[in-house]
Design a protein around this ligand. Structure first.
Ligand SMILES: C[S@@+](CC[C@H](N)C(=O)[O-])C[C@H]1O[C@@H](n2cnc3c(N)ncnc32)[C@H](O)[C@@H]1O
Length: 309
């Protein structure tokens, strides 16, 4: 598909982390432009299988084109939160799974998708083509709901000021443009914050995108489902781009590595759960100098890897 530009992050480290066997079965739950997948597919023999998923129809079109030369690739348009039910026949059989979370450069750069605070477009932000848009949330959510979204998904210190400004503005207009929302957010912030290096609307846009796509619930359901699909010794590689999703992945991996399901407030473990995974890398893998220079998106990327026991 023309115009689908996306440079895969932490590519070599991910390929190594997946520990690819040429006759193995692999899952890429966020295929995007198939940057990672095309390299995984090229390492498989005719006995290997690569299953690719994405919820975005544009990503599915781009990946289908890019992977058309490989006969052992299955491409499925689906949310990875449903991976276990969609791929029930593979339960306990997958040798490696990858989630490269968040949005692709294509989604960010395509103004009409509404993800960008600096490109004029309809305030959409849906990765798939169904469900509520960011404009629906911005124009209908209560003050309290907006504050929760901005605080929880954007870690926005000025959530109340921004929510208040949105509520006042929408009494006179329907807010449905990215740049207009960006202006409203900026005007709600103290001047010193507006002058900071990072864009003042960055956190609001991240928060709305996460809410529109129900990303945190999709992640927690997807993590459990994909872990069940893994075979013994199967690797799970996850690339995150912000602290909220990285924390969720870190906690999920820790839970699988200790096996304990006791509530965090219990002083000692009473559940008797056994470890189900081991860490492949003790610390998250981050981009080296060269990649940081070549690809801005890699600056916030963190790769965590576990192996199922
Ligand atoms: C960072 S991009 C992946 C890029 C890809 N690894 C590559 O190298 O081209 C993330 C992709 O995940 C997809 N995505 C995000 N959340 C998803 C979910 N819950 N289910 C399925 N796809 C999802 C997005 O639509 C996007 O195409």
């Amino acid at each position: 598909m023309e115009g689908f530009e996306h440079i895969p992050v932490l590519l070599e480290q991910t390929l190594e982390g997946l520990n690819i066997r040429s006759d193995g079965i692999y899952l890429d739950g966020t295929v995007g432009g198939a940057g990672h997948s095309s390299r995984i597919a090229s390492r498989l023999s005719e006995n290997g299988t690569l299953i690719c998923m994405d919820k975005d129809p544009d990503a599915i079109e781009a990946a289908s084109e890019r992977l058309s030369a490989f006969s052992n690739v299955r491409i499925i348009r689906s949310d990875f939160r449903d991976a276990l039910s969609v791929l029930a026949e593979y339960e306990g059989k997958i040798d490696g799974a990858l989630l490269d979370l968040g949005v692709s450069s294509y989604q960010l750069d395509t103004a009409e998708r509404g993800f960008s605070y600096s490109k004029e477009g309809h305030l959409d932000m849906r990765m798939s083509d169904s469900g509520q848009t960011a404009a629906d949330i911005v124009n209908t959510a209560s003050f309290e709901e907006l504050c929760v979204i901005l605080r929880e998904y954007g870690e926005e210190r000025y959530a109340a000021q921004i929510a208040d400004k949105i509520i006042k503005t929408r009494q006179n207009e329907w807010i449905d443009s990215t740049v207009r929302l960006s202006e409203i957010v900026t005007s709600a912030l103290p001047p010193a914050v507006r002058r900071k290096e990072k864009h003042p609307a960055r956190k609001t846009f991240q928060a709305l995108r996460i809410a529109v796509n129900d990303e945190m619930n999709a992640l927690s359901e997807g993590l459990e489902g994909i872990f069940r699909l893994l075979a013994p010794k199967g690797r799970f590689c996850i690339i995150t781009f912000h602290s909220i999703e990285d924390r969720a992945v870190k906690q999920f991996f820790a839970k699988k590595m200790t096996g304990c399901t006791c509530p965090p407030e219990f002083p000692v473990c009473v559940c008797g759960g056994k470890p189900q995974a081991v860490a492949v890398t003790r610390k998250p893998v981050v981009a080296d100098e060269k990649e940081l220079d070549e690809n801005r998106r890699s600056r916030s990327a963190k790769l965590r890897i576990i192996e199922k026991l």
